[in-house]
Write a protein that binds this ligand. Structure first.
Ligand code: ATP
Ligand code: MG
Length: 335
């Protein structure tokens, strides 16, 4: 399987590394089809998009006609010899009426259908990234249902259909989880060896790997941010505080819970935790709430450890990365 090229940071190119188990899962999808649309969620920057792009490449090698759409970034990749597919994707992506994202999201499903029906393709994969913001969170369920329809009532007989969605939108999980239309599948940050491979690619003076591991918890985006900040942890933390709007008011309001949660995120799992706080932490992509059973079949790639308080991982709730936790800790300290 060819490993695609990716950009980790300005001037730092890498091929897709690690994630061997995830790639084996793609092979399984190619062979057996996805019974339900697979909806992948996980910490921001953990590598969902990179994986989807690598999966698109792999499925292409398996003889699939593949449509990959990244709605939020108006980007797409098509592996097919039907020229019209790329042309229509390009049309949608260059739409200037402000509807490009929405158009791309729905076009992906339409094209998959047409590849089966009009062009008689027998193996079709549709991979969609960050579509839920585009179609609206309240329509996330319906969107996934349209993918399920494709699998369950295809316009023609087929050999394989693969439908995968990735989202970093914490709140869509609840909307999709209400229906039994999808296989909600979490993906975690990279395992240690994977992160180390990326760390080795970064040029210049750098702190020992152990430190990079402890701050990022395996999150490649956070690794890149540390690198770009000249390994100034404080700078990255202050940026996170800003991005996540960790105001003094927020810290004051929820101090009692947050102080417990920075020590052990499972404190947020207790029955008396205000729902509003949980929703806020999810919406801001600070924690992943309700971590699944660690049985590997529930996860894309390898599941995280059962509990690792140093990395901020609890059995049921986890900080997205140690840096996310540190931003909250800092907000508490400053208030
Ligand atoms: N397996 C990998 N090999 C090499 N680089 C990777 C890998 N996974 C992720 N990256 C790089 O790490 C960065 C973050 O990954 P990516 O954008 O895929 O994460 P994401 O989970 O989609 O994030 P977001 O939540 O922001 O959508 C990117 O620069 C990406 O190229
Ligand atoms: Mg992404």
């Amino acid at each position: 399987m060819r490993r695609i090229a990716l950009k980790l940071a300005p001037g730092v190119e890498t091929e897709f590394v690690d994630r061997d188990r995830a790639l084996a899962q793609v092979v399984e999808w190619a062979e057996k089809s996805t019974r339900f649309p697979v909806v992948i969620f996980g910490p921001e920057g953990c590598g969902k998009s990179a994986f989807l792009r690598q999966a698109a490449e792999a499925l292409g090698e398996f003889g699939y006609d593949v449509v990959y759409v990244d709605a939020a970034h108006r980007d797409f990749v098509a592996y097919t010899d039907v020229a019209e597919v790329a042309r229509r994707l390009l049309d949608a992506a260059s739409d200037v009426s402000g509807l490009a994202q929405l158009k791309l999201a729905y076009l992906a499903v339409d094209l998959a259908k047409e590849l089966l029906e009009r062009w008689g393709r027998r193996r079709v994969a549709v991979l969609v990234d960050e579509v839920f913001q585009a179609v609206g969170l309240d329509k996330a369920g319906i969107y996934v249902k349209s993918l399920l329809n494709l699998i369950e009532y295809p316009p023609r007989s087929y050999e394989g259909i693969v439908a995968v969605v990735a989202t970093s939108e914490g709140l869509t999980r609840a909307e999709i989880g209400r229906h039994r239309w999808a296989e909600l599948t979490p993906m975690w940050n990279m395992p240690r060896e994977g992160l180390q491979q990326l760390y080795e690619k970064l040029p210049g003076l750098k702190p020992p790997f152990e430190e990079a591991w402890r701050w990022t918890g395996g999150n490649p985006e956070m690794l890149a941010r540390l690198y770009k900040a000249g390994w100034d942890v404080e700078e990255v933390v202050l940026h996170l505080m800003q991005n996540k709007k960790l105001s003094a008011e927020f810290a004051r309001r929820w101090r009692r819970w947050l102080e417990l949660a920075v020590e052990d995120p499972d404190a947020l799992w207790a029955g008396d935790v205000p729902e509003e706080l949980v929703r806020e932490l999810e919406a801001r992509n600070l924690v992943v709430y309700n971590m699944y059973d660690r049985r590997p079949s529930f996860w894309v790639d390898r599941p995280p450890p059962e509990r690792d308080l140093e990395l901020g991982i609890g059995r049921n709730v986890a900080w997205q990365t140690p840096l996310h936790r540190e931003a909250v800790r800092r907000a508490l300290r400053e208030t």
